[in-house]
Design a binder for this molecule. Sequence first.
Ligand SMILES: *Cc1c(COP(=O)(O)O)cnc(C)c1O
Length: 489
Amino acid sequence: MLKYNSTRSNITAMPSEAILKGISSDGGLFVPEDFPKIEVESLNGKSYEEICFQVLSRYFHEFDQGDLKDMISQSYGKFNTKEVTPLAAFGDLNFLELYHGPTLAFKDVALSILPHLLTASAKIQDVDDEIVILTATSGDTGKAALEGFANVKGTSIVVFFPNDGVSMIQRKQMTTQSGENVHVIAIEGNFDDAQRGVKEIFSDEDYNKLLKKNGFVLSSANSINIGRLVPQIVYYFDSYIKSVESGKIKMNDPVNFTVPTGNFGNILAGYYAKNMGLPINKLICASNDNNVLFDFFKTGEYDKNRPFIKTISPSMDILVSSNFERLLYHVSNFDSDFVKKAMDDLSSLGKYKVSDEIKNTISENFYGNYCDEKDTLKTIKNVYDKYGYVIDPHTAVGCKVYEDYKLETGDNTYNIILSTASPYKFTKSVYEAIFGPSELDDYTLIEKLSESTGLSLPNELIAMCTSEDLHKKVCDSHKMKESITEILL
Ligand SMILES: *Cc1c(COP(=O)(O)O)cnc(C)c1O
């Protein structure tokens, strides 16, 4: 039976325990001790939900199979398209649209099902405390988690977002969230401050004991939770099968995926898919101006000592990519001492270096590059002018890095670009990239963008613009614990 290891010690956990805890008590992340295998041919003709079942049942074997099927259909039935994650093809650009869920970003794919996985895990683990979800967000996780957990019995959720670090629409989506059990707090600081604060609360043993005494147990909806990562593996398989079915590739042909990357969760799911048997050649890691990963791929040194740059692709404004820790553990053959030392160095010195051997193993699987602000805007415009297709700034970063990859390597392997957000989440940037500067604000531009491009307008968005702000709290990034105490105790 598949178990999960902590990346930082010899702690192990069953799937339900790993999902429920979110993070290991030693500060490490849970990873599967082995990669379950899937024969790609066996997925031929299967729907998204069926492929989802094939993937999830291999990782989360404790759940009753009928229950798991119910969870899957409840989660993905809420998406705006029957295919869940459709592919849109223009020339050699294949966009995997991951943003047709309730909050218009790819985070919905995992966060629609996570509440089900968590409550089922609590049952298996015999936990009847209230599960308190703590989440740090660079913009999209927060809303997707709020939507997923709102009014879910036995849970409550607290979301922290950087006060100046999210788009106007992202902010409005969160501050208008209704639900008995939801709390949204802006912090004075950036995403890394929010993420560090949340991690500190998780590893504060005394505080966790105090909460437990009062009937609360903390869990995480961030991509450090293995219950977030595994559902993201599904669309790598599903888009491969769709590409075979449409005749773009033949079964077992190699493919590349290009992934706009921040916390390294989405692209890591691709690495998992590869290790499960999907014929992936290269995973192309696209960063914005916060290009720590690009430098790592070049030098083997991960160095976050640099200014944090605010960009028009804010969900990727991240200097500490949490899920990279999982990759280090896998490529070092489960060397938890090495990972622990690297993570200690990262927190004390802000950097660590890996051996040439590890660097080379990573380079066999990944290619990294980045795209600056000017090129992001230019790419949105180019794609629109050429194909009449509108992409968001994150997806544009991916698109540009894919073009650079082809030029640099000459590799013309069939490639899928993960399209991570609806253009409407970043209306102003997208509108201005295509039509030039505008005095108008995001709300007004939503309709203009729709009229000018013919891009269909999601109903949720229209409703949101006129909703009232329900959450107005702002706190210092060093006072996050205090604000949780205020809410719960
Ligand atoms: C979260 C997010 C990303 C980055 O994904 P990671 O898993 O953190 O690497 C990219 N684009 C958008 C729109 C996102 O919301």
